[in-house]
Write a protein that binds this ligand. Structure first.
Ligand code: GTP
Length: 599
């Protein structure tokens, strides 16, 4: 195909604005998928994606379209994941295209992720083609939303196609816009090979399959290629295209401007990371395509099999299998006095964590106890040495000069909820950076906030405080100093490892009280008094106790001999003292899980 007739594009949208539905319609309209093979959300091929209606891994598809002027175009659609956890992948997939469709729900308007995604598109210098979707809804206000797009995003949306992906309205107009507005790929076939990896997966039979966009030069079967970030070299065994099914190219060439896959005997995803540049060993380019960065785990938690003795190895095997296909999962063994042996696992974010947990449960039948999610803290010890740690139990008592990750948080909501959102954010240590109108009656609030604060149910609070009308999006900003302390919890004098947490100094007392309250509910009464303490270093900041079981030793002691009664009580006390020293308080894993469970 002549490059002039190729268009590479992505679709970006706020969650639920109709990206997948529109992709389906484009596939159908162009006859890419035969009607008998069609099922909804064709590109989402993971079960969990389908059930949750979210796109986790992007996929690509090629569409043939004959435009109204009679020319035949090859359109490569690269699907992007919609969620912030995967924003690095969104950014990589956008680096592989020249333009994107910006889908905005005409009844909801511009939302937080619309803005975040547009920012990524602008960073990649893409042509943005706005589409107003869901115009079939009686609540749709396309004109107003047009204005919002112009005002907030700064692109002219007056010509935006008014579409209904659900009812197939406007699909042809959208295809026409793609063909006419999005530029054909640049680059030269004669130049040294530069191909961008925008996705990859591991297949147990075929090894690693790498999805690429060829920016310059061409990839041929048999040629030796080098992965520039990792330095690994391989021979290309197979090249092919995505229809969206993988189809091997008999010609053995994938040329400048094209999107496809390659196989090259690669054994590990780590050798061919998303964002890396492939070049030829013979005539290598000096310049990698810009922007490669390794995926970084932002959220960590301990995962413990309910029966750690027998299932620990199963969990290890399962995590190894999962990480074959998801190089952003990291894990290392960890043990806890209460939960036994398990792993500390790192994720890109909360959704990623949920998805992995769900897969461990479904695909590997592992029932897991999870410790509270945590971010990675930076701190210094008394010698001034820097450390990074995500497990609060492992942070030494002399840790000081804490730093924690902050994120840029965008919230879009109707302006009547302004006050309550500001209050919520203030309670979560956020600072307001900017505030402006998106349109009449709706505002965009920009904050800087510690990542730790948005981990637990923050989104639910935003939703409930705005009666469902608010949306949010966040992105890592930087590490910043915070007045944090490590809070330990002692039960009957022993610090319980997994209950330690890092909190802001002002919240230490409340948090300590809260944990103690929960422990009180879950620890049964013992023969002796069980003291519960919350401590910063060795200083007790809150405490409570669980009353001992009291056997009525005086029951058989009729009459009034006071000294005998006293003696009996004395003896009981001595006995209990002994018990207290000998007996440990046993915390059941269930109680433990309940205490650390997210509120
Ligand atoms: P993610 O994959 O989670 O990012 O969502 P998405 O943006 O792909 O949205 P999706 O296509 O899953 O659509 C979300 C919901 O909106 C679904 O229930 C669709 O049926 C519905 N929907 C999509 N397009 C239209 C439309 O044009 N009109 C109406 N009324 N509903 C639509």
């Amino acid at each position: 195909v002549d490059k002039e007739f190729i268009r590479n594009f992505s679709i970006i949208a706020h969650v639920d604005h109709g990206k997948s539905t529109l992709a389906d319609r484009l596939l159908q309209f162009t006859g890419t998928i035969a009607p008998e093979k069609f099922r909804d959300q064709y590109l989402d091929n993971m079960d969990i994606e389908r059930e949750r209606g979210i796109t986790i891994k992007m996929r690509a598809a090629r569409l043939w379209y004959r435009s109204k002027d009679g020319s035949r175009y090859l359109l490569n659609l690269i699907d992007t994941p919609g969620h912030v956890d995967f924003s690095y992948e969104v950014s990589r997939s956008l680096a592989a295209v020249e333009g994107c469709l910006l889908v905005v729900d005409a009844s909801q308007g511009v939302q937080a992720q619309t803005i975040a995604n547009v920012d990524l598109a602008l960073e990649n210098n893409l042509e943005i083609v706005p589409v107003l979707n869901k115009v079939d809804l009686t609540t749709a206000e396309p004109d107003k939303v047009c204005q919002e797009i112009s005002q907030v995003i700064g692109i002219d949306a007056s010509r935006a196609v008014r579409a209904s992906a659900k009812f197939g309205i406007g699909v042809e107009e959208i295809l026409e816009e793609i063909v006419h507005l999005i530029p054909p790929p640049k680059g030269q076939v004669e130049a040294s090979l530069q191909a961008l990896i925008f996705d990859s997966y591991f297949d147990p039979y075929r090894g690693v399959v790498v999805f690429v966009r060829v920016k310059n030069g061409e990839i041929r079967t048999g040629m030796k290629i080098r992965f520039m970030a990792t330095g690994v070299e391989h021979s290309v065994e197979q090249v092919g295209i995505l229809t969206p099914d993988e189809v091997v190219r008999t010609s053995g060439v994938l040329s400048c401007g094209e999107v496809g896959f390659i196989k090259a005997g690669i054994k590990s995803l780590h050798d061919a990371p998303v964002g890396d540049t492939i070049t030829g060993c013979d005539n290598p380019t000096q310049e990698p395509l810009q922007g490669y960065k390794p995926a970084k785990s932002m959220v960590f938690c301990g995962l413990y099999p309910a029966d750690s003795a027998t299932l620990f190895e199963n969990l290890r095997a399962a995590l190894e299998r999962l990480s074959l296909n998801d190089s952003s999962i990291s894990f290392q063994p960890e043990s806890s006095s209460v939960l036994g042996k398990g792993f500390r696992v790192g994720f890109l974010g909360m959704l990623h964590m949920e998805v992995v947990k769900e897969r461990l449960k479904r695909e590997y039948e592992l029932e897991l106890l999870t410790s509270a999610p945590s971010v990675v803290y930076k701190f210094r010890n008394f010698k001034g040495e820097y450390f990074m740690e995500s497990n609060p139990s492992k942070i030494p008592n002399d840790a000081r000069h804490f730093e924690e990750p902050f994120v840029k948080l965008d919230i879009v909501c109707p302006d009547q909820f302004n006050g309550t959102i500001l209050e919520l954010c203030q309670n979560h240590r956020a600072s307001l950076e900017d505030m402006r109108y998106v349109s009449n009656g709706r505002i965009l609030l920009k904050f800087l906030i510690p990542l730790a604060e948005v981990l637990t149910n923050f989104y639910d609070h935003v939703k409930s405080r705005t009666r469902g009308f608010g949306s949010m999006d966040y992105e890592f900003h930087s590490y910043r100093p915070s007045d944090l302390v490590k809070l330990d919890i002692a039960v009957a004098g022993d610090v319980v490892e997994g209950l330690s947490c890092v909190v802001h100094r002002d919240q230490a007392y409340i948090k300590g009280k809260e944990i103690i309250e929960k422990l009180k509910q879950y620890i049964p009464r013992h023969q002796f008094k069980v003291v519960l303490q919350a401590m910063i270093s060795t200083k007790v900041i809150a405490s409570d106790f669980i009353q001992p079981l009291r056997k009525d030793v005086l029951a058989k002691c009729y009459g009034g001999d006071v000294s005998r009664k006293k003696k009996l009580l004395e003896r009981q006390k001595e006995g209990k003292e002994k018990l207290r020293q000998l007996g440990k308080v046993r915390l059941s894993p269930e109680a433990f899980a309940a205490v650390i469970a997210q509120k």
